[in-house]
Design a protein around this ligand. Structure first.
Ligand code: ADP
Ligand code: MG
Length: 327
């Protein structure tokens, strides 16, 4: 492990004294993975500017390969940024790397655990790595919190996937960081465990921990987060309060079947987002609150087409999100 990681109790002390407006702040953050030999470089993060308020649960949403893990691994010091400024709990990760790392706990995407350690040993080891003094260790308390106290002496290899994930959370909490980062905490996790992880995240947040999580489930971000940023292809393409983000993603479809062949009649509908999907069928896409449906219906009736069927469809948010990030 990295030798510069050191528990610094003054950070947790400072955390009550120093209350930064932003738990995390990124300014002009870039990451370029240089190609090995003749390949091409990957510009994984492009000029990311992002502030995450202290006390929030913030969701970083994006499809696979968007750059989420890269961003998180920069925060935890696993990946070295190419350029830009990053502060964790107001602490610059370049000039005060140790203190910055002491302020953050990261639960990685991969369930990488040593098979032959028990949860208790693993947390003790982690506490040692962070230099948490014996009298400040809370190994059993933390295991209790993640619901693993009855597994304290079980080899990691004998823990279920859900237990391993909770153990990784416990590991990230050992040094009592004011900021907790979760990289796709519920990817591949069944619905029951997902809900229990959500509850745990909410509890931590209620107790004062700022949470950043990445996900590719809009539903998860919607359920948990105060604010959501969308990242795609290394670019931050949107960032807003959750309810506003969801509203702006809220699009609907009206499927229209008509008796006649759809030909030039559609021209009249050109001002609307209409797509002809068959000889007698078209789809009108609109965002609730952004368009006057009656003006569409009026125009539609002027075309003289005989409507045989009308169906409204609410695409699930996942699809809408994919549409937005597609280009
Ligand atoms: P996400 O977590 O959103 O799925 P990543 O941050 O893992 O995205 O990846 C972003 C981009 O950077 C991808 O194109 C990925 O292939 C590339 N990438 C990630 N890690 C490395 C690495 N160690 N070396 C080279 N390219 C990488
Ligand atoms: Mg990832």
């Amino acid at each position: 492990m990295n030798e510069s990681i050191r528990y610094d109790s003054s950070v947790s002390e400072q955390s009550s004294i120093r209350r930064p407006k932003y738990a995390l702040s990124l300014e002009g953050l870039n990451k370029v993975y240089r190609a090995k030999k003749k390949g091409i470089d990957t510009h994984a993060l492009k000029d990311i500017n992002l502030n995450i308020e202290r006390g929030s649960i913030f969701g970083l949403l994006g499809p696979n390969g968007a750059g989420k893990s890269t961003l998180i691994n920069i925060l935890s010091g696993i990946v070295i940024k190419t350029s830009g400024k990053v502060k964790v709990w107001g602490i610059d990760i370049d000039s005060h790397a140790r203190a910055a790392r002491a302020a953050i706990g990261v639960v990685p995407q991969e369930l990488n655990l040593d098979a032959f350690f028990t949860p208790r040993e693993l947390l003790e080891l982690q506490a040692g790595l962070y230099g948490v003094p014996n009298n400040e260790r809370r190994t059993l308390e933390i295991l209790e919190r993640v619901g693993l106290s009855d597994r304290a002496e079980t080899y990691s290899r004998d823990l279920s996937g859900g237990m391993r994930r909770r153990l990784l959370m416990a590991k990230a909490l050992v040094h009592n960081p004011p900021v907790l980062v979760l990289d796709e905490p519920t990817a591949g996790v069944d619905i029951k465990l997902r809900k229990s992880l959500w509850t745990f995240v909410r509890e931590l947040n209620a107790a004062g921990t700022t949470v950043l999580l990445t996900t590719h489930y809009l539903e998860e971000a919607e359920e948990l987060c105060d604010r959501i940023a969308i990242i795609n292809n290394g670019e931050l393409i949107a960032c807003d309060e959750t309810h506003k983000m969801v509203a702006s993603l809220d699009s609907k479809e009206l499927h229209i079947s008509v008796a006649e062949d759809i030909t030039d009649a559609v021209l009249e509908l050109n001002n609307f987002d209409v797509e002809v999907i068959g000889k007698n069928q078209m789809v009108f896409r609109y965002r609730t609150g952004q368009i006057d449906i009656s003006s569409f219906v009026e125009t539609l009736s002027k075309t003289g087409l005989t409507i045989t069927d009308l169906v409204t469809v609410e695409p699930d948010l996942e699809d809408v999100f994919l549409n937005i990030t597609k280009d």
